[in-house]
Design a protein around this ligand. Structure first.
Ligand code: PEP
Ligand code: MG
Length: 600
């Protein structure tokens, strides 16, 4: 028997009028535009195969603690899904809520917890094996009773066991190798690391229960050009493997089993979108220049090496943000310097003389990488914890090899080093010292690195950094504004959390003032400043940025043509005028209206 999220949710009664055969339409957060049509690939369908291992007496308490942590994680996961379910109405909410409560209860059951602890201690087996055995014992107890209601709980017990084992194994992350072409991936959650495994030839788009609009999963979907809708509470309950689905990432709609009429309509819309994209191709050879002759630089954000070719094809003038997290994803060990160098050098060389801004490792918060284990990231408040540049400065064993790899890669073309989540000038100065030391050592050892150290810049993505931008501009060689985190931290809204996604608003006057402040500081100090958060790729915001004085934008490669088109229609004098009017407003609704009015 296969035990998976899809299955336990499908045990729930379908809501009136909905069956697996009839059309069902869902709304969620449309995070990556476009339309995908294809067969559903229900994620997490495969069985986990934990191996039984003998553990030594001194490892017993460690194994038990590992189990406890996996249970805590499972509780958090179920809590999140439970909260999502509360957004439903009527019978569906009740039913799903009931099931999830039952799972939560089982997680806390004394018989499970003490049973697993005892098994680890007495039989000296690893936590995975102990959980599987203990779960089977409890499930068989349920399966043997006459009462059909209690018998049905055997499956739920096994499902809870699978969740714990998956957490214990840190189970990354099945690939999507078995998926048919154009599959629509449907899952409870998809991590950024999962999206890195998606081959756009095979995966058409995806839809999930969890996830916010500006989390990294959303960003990766946009970068890969995969239509995606996140945050649909009862999706798994309804979806069946192999049935036809439509993901409309522009409208935030998912349709399961569409009617022939709707299917035909969406196919037509897909053809229209392809025509529109072709119509933008001529922009490739035209400059990003406004009607009044102001030149704007348009760069690409890269998350994966395979985005390099689309970026070059889309006419990117540089890589304004290379997120190096990709090197650390979907693996159990940290990549060595040589491996990092190979990857970075390929991208730098591939840009053929155009600058590549390489950001040092930005993990922590929602960006977890399994290779680092829990030692750095197991914290109560991960968004504010040991992450990004703080982690690099603490964990020199991670940072120095990365800096060496970047310096070696910079022999292949112009490179800048960008530091994530900077909050103070000390961090920039400390990095400068480290980089200078590493560079001197490498030169002395005869390594092929350029004579001078690349420019070192700071992300402006923490409100404190924006407010202290004048001082930072004395320490940093350039700024890159990260509007995703800047919005998250200014408004205290988790960018990856679907329940507060409606409050995430980069047009909040607080966010705009921080942007304005940072831009003005950079212009005063005469250091380059760019915007590389997701706002940069939305043509709606282009006049605002130009009006505030920004002349350098970096975005997902797929967004470049539309932003360039918008720039070519704009008059900077008029945009500046409108930006001034916008900066006088205290209400984000009014700001949005002023912007929309300007965009016509
Ligand atoms: C940002 O925060 O806006 C940004 C560009 O960095 P990331 O999305 O990788 O956190
Ligand atoms: Mg950021």
């Amino acid at each position: 028997m296969t035990l998976n999220d899809g299955e336990w949710q499908s045990q729930a009664r379908p809501s009136p009028g909905a069956s697996a055969e009839s059309e069902q339409v869902f709304s969620g957060l449309g995070v990556a535009p476009g339309i995908a049509i294809g067969p559903v690939f229900l994620r997490e369908g495969g069985d986990l195969c934990p191996v039984e291992r003998h553990v030594a007496a001194e490892q017993v308490s460690g194994e038990q603690a590992r189990f406890d942590r996996a249970v805590t994680t499972a509780r958090k996961q179920l809590g999140k899904v439970r909260a999502q379910a509360e957004r439903l109405h009527g019978a569906a909410a009740e039913e799903l809520g009931y099931l999830l409560d039952a799972h939560l209860q089982m997680l806390s059951s004394r018989s499970l917890v003490t049973g697993v602890h005892a098994r680890i201690a007495e039989r000296r087996v690893n936590a995975e094996a102990a959980v599987m055995a203990e779960i089977e014992r409890i499930a068989e107890g349920f399966a043997a009773v006459e009462d059909s209601y209690l018998r049905a709980r055997a499956n739920e017990v096994r499902e809870v066991g699978r969740r714990i084992v998956r957490n214990l194994m840190d189970a990354p992350i099945q690939g999507f190798a078995g998926a048919d072409p154009d599959s629509i991936i449907v899952a409870e959650d998809i991590t950024p690391a999962d999206t890195a495994l998606m081959d756009p030839q095979q995966v058409g788009g995806f839809a999930t229960v969890l996830g916010g609009a500006e989390g990294h999963t959303a960003i990766m979907a946009r970068s890969l050009g995969l239509p995606a809708v996140l945050g649909i509470p009862h999706l798994l309950r309804a979806a069946r493997h192999g049935q036809t689905a439509i993901v409309d990432g522009s409208r935030g709609t998912v349709v399961l089993n569409p009617t022939a009429e709707r299917l035909a309509r969406y196919h037509r819309r897909q053809r229209e979108l392809a025509r529109e994209a072709r119509a933008l191709e001529h922009l490739h050879d035209l400059a990003a220049e406004t009607r009044d002759g102001v030149r704007v630089t348009l760069g690409a954000n890269l998350e994966l090496p395979r985005e390099l070719a689309p970026a070059v094809r889309a006419g990117a003038e540089n890589v304004g943000l290379l997120r190096t997290e990709f090197l650390f994803m979907n693996r159990d060990t940290v990549p060595e310097e040589d491996e990092q160098y190979d990857s970075l050098a390929r991208i730098v060389a591939g840009m053929d003389g155009r600058t590549v801004t390489i950001r040092t490792l930005d993990v922590g918060g929602e960006k977890l990488v399994t290779a680092l284990g829990e030692q750095y990231t197991d914290t109560l408040n991960p968004a504010l914890g040991l992450r990004a540049i703080r982690l690099s400065l603490r964990a020199r064993e991670l940072f120095i090899p990365q800096i060496r790899a970047i310096l070696r890669a910079s022999a292949h073309g112009p490179v800048r080093i960008l530091l994530p989540m900077v909050t103070s000038v000390h961090e920039v100065r400390e990095v400068r010292q480290i980089v200078a030391g590493v560079h001197a050592e490498m030169r002395e050892a005869g390594c092929a690195v350029p004579e001078t150290v690349p420019p070192i810049g700071a992300m402006i993505e923490v409100p404190g950094a924006a407010l202290a931008a004048d001082a930072l501009a004395q320490a940093a060689d350039f700024f890159a504004i990260g509007t995703n985190d800047l919005t998250q931290y200014a408004l205290a809204i988790d960018r990856a959390e679907e329940r507060v996604a409606h409050l995430y608003n980069p047009l909040h006057p607080a966010v705009l003032r921080l942007i304005q402040f940072a831009v003005a500081a950079a212009l005063r100090a005469r250091i380059p400043i760019s915007v590389c958060g997701e706002m940069a790729g939305d043509p709606r915001y282009t006049p605002l940025f130009l009006g505030l004085g920004v002349r350098d934008l970096s975005m997902a490669p797929g967004a470049l043509p539309r932003v360039k088109q918008r720039i070519r229609q704009l008059d900077v004098a008029a945009a500046t005028h409108r930006a001034e009017a916008i900066m006088d407003q205290a209400d984000s609704g009014r700001i949005a209206a002023l912007l929309d009015d300007f965009n016509g």
